[in-house]
Design a binder for this molecule. Structure first.
Ligand code: ADP
Ligand code: MG
Length: 198
């Protein structure tokens, strides 16, 4: 059983049924869980780097990426969320809203609606707004934004962390969450400033 599971502000608490999806029964603390997740994410990032196919704007890739990042730790990795959260849309709408997002991003690319960083930031925000998965949405959506920049635009990824840890309470995390809340209302300026393009 997991003890000491306290969450930084803006992180999704896990439901009991999701905690049951943990593949390691010996875990007792949040720190141990973070460590296992981090190892899994590192392996997932290597998978992403090796992957030759640059098509990332499709549901199959988005689910596969989540599996690669979290599938060693969580049984539900790569599956859409079924439970309501304090962040995110009604779970029954997830696949339709994802389809609309992917169509929008393709339209933005085809029409050069936004510059690369703004396209990546808008993709990131819409992914976390939908909140596809029971957990790992922030990390998955930051990696998706970077994959768009690196694999579609061929440019450098965003420096999301800028020396701090976005999973822990910090001033930078507070700024990030506030910027996402403004983006929820359609104002992307703070989020663009956060990624260094103010
Ligand atoms: N008001 C909000 N609007 C949109 N996204 C948000 C909001 N609050 C938090 N988030 C996003 O949700 C993420 C937390 O969701 P979670 O599934 O726990 O991801 P992770 O486990 O990777 O931190 C945050 O990192 C942030 O990206
Ligand atoms: Mg989380």
């Amino acid at each position: 059983m997991i003890k000491n599971m306290d969450y930084p502000k803006g992180a999704t608490p896990l439901e009991a049924e999701e905690l049951e999806g943990l593949k390691f029964s010996h875990i007792t603390t949040r720190g141990e869980l973070d460590h296992l997740e981090q190892a899994n994410i590192s392996a997932g990032l290597m998978w992403l780097k090796r992957r030759k196919d640059n098509s990332i704007l499709n549901e199959q890739f988005i689910l596969k990426l989540h599996t690669q990042l979290f599938g060693d730790v969580w049984r539900w990795a790569g599956s859409f969320r079924h439970t309501e959260k304090n962040i995110g849309i009604d779970p029954v709408q997830i696949s339709v809203q994802l389809r609309m997002l992917l169509d929008d991003v393709q339209f933005w690319l085809d029409n050069k609606t936004f510059d690369p960083i703004e396209t990546a930031v808008r993709l990131h925000h819409r992914l976390v707004y939908i909140h596809l998965f029971p957990n790992g949405n922030g990390r998955h959506a930051r990696i998706m934004a970077d994959a768009l920049l690196e694999k579609v635009y061929g440019i450098a990824p965003i420096d999301w962390l800028a020396g701090s840890d976005l999973l822990q309470e910090s001033e930078r995390r507070d700024n990030y969450i506030s910027a996402l809340q403004l983006a929820d209302r359609g104002d992307y300026q703070a989020l663009l400033a956060f990624v260094g393009r103010g």
